[in-house]
Design a protein around this ligand. Structure first.
Ligand code: HEC
Length: 164
């Protein structure tokens, strides 16, 4: 007699297949859309050397925040929310990055903490995010200049804290 699953197993298997199909679709969709460089006027941004700075060299620079806002809204907003308002976005709210540093009171340790967050930010952006073979975020290496990466970081910081 051929083996047959009892009827009650039919639905969970169908559900698993649908989930797998959705994941594959998400993966192929992400792979099909390579990131494109945002078209922004970056005049007025101080030029940077080819070697990555230890920390955001534009921190607090208003021109950088404005260039960063435009770049962010073209390149990142579809996943992280318009104007980095990630509260209702599918990807993490980037205003939450570095919140742990605010609790560090000793200036030298706070500085180290901020540098770590800057490093994590640029590494995430350059390498993208791939988990279990699924691309959650594309890599921006070769697409975004260091100037634009730091300008975007400056913009995100200028947006203040996440609501909670
Ligand atoms: C296709 C959607 C998508 C786009 C476009 C995108 N991201 Fe992401 N990003 C994600 C997802 C999803 C995650 C969380 C991935 C994970 O943790 O596995 C993420 C994570 C990050 C992180 C790490 C956040 C954390 O809390 O750990 C940073 C930083 C980041 N993105 C910055 C950017 C910037 C800057 C841009 C634009 C240049 C951008 N992303 C564009 C989807 C996207």
């Amino acid at each position: 007699m051929p083996f047959a699953f009892p009827a009650r197993h039919a639905r969970p298997h169908a559900g698993a297949r649908a989930l797998l199909a959705a994941l594959l679709l998400a993966a192929t969709h992400a792979a099909a859309a390579p990131p494109t460089a945002p078209a922004v006027d970056s005049s007025g941004l101080p030029a940077l050397s080819a070697v990555w700075a230890e920390q955001n060299p534009y921190r607090g620079n208003e021109r950088a925040a404005e260039v960063g806002r435009q770049a962010f809204n073209q390149a990142c907003a579809s996943c992280h929310g318009a104007d980095a308002d990630g509260a209702r976005a599918p990807a993490p709210d980037l205003r939450r990055l570095g919140r742990s540093c605010r609790r560090v009171t000793a200036p030298q340790w706070r500085q180290r903490c901020v540098e770590d967050v800057d490093y994590y930010f640029r590494k995430s952006v350059m390498q993208g995010k791939v988990k279990a073979g699924i691309e959650h975020m594309p890599p921006w290496e070769g697409v975004l200049s260091p100037e634009l990466v730091w300008a975007i970081r400056t913009f995100v910081e200028s947006r203040g804290r996440a609501p909670r």
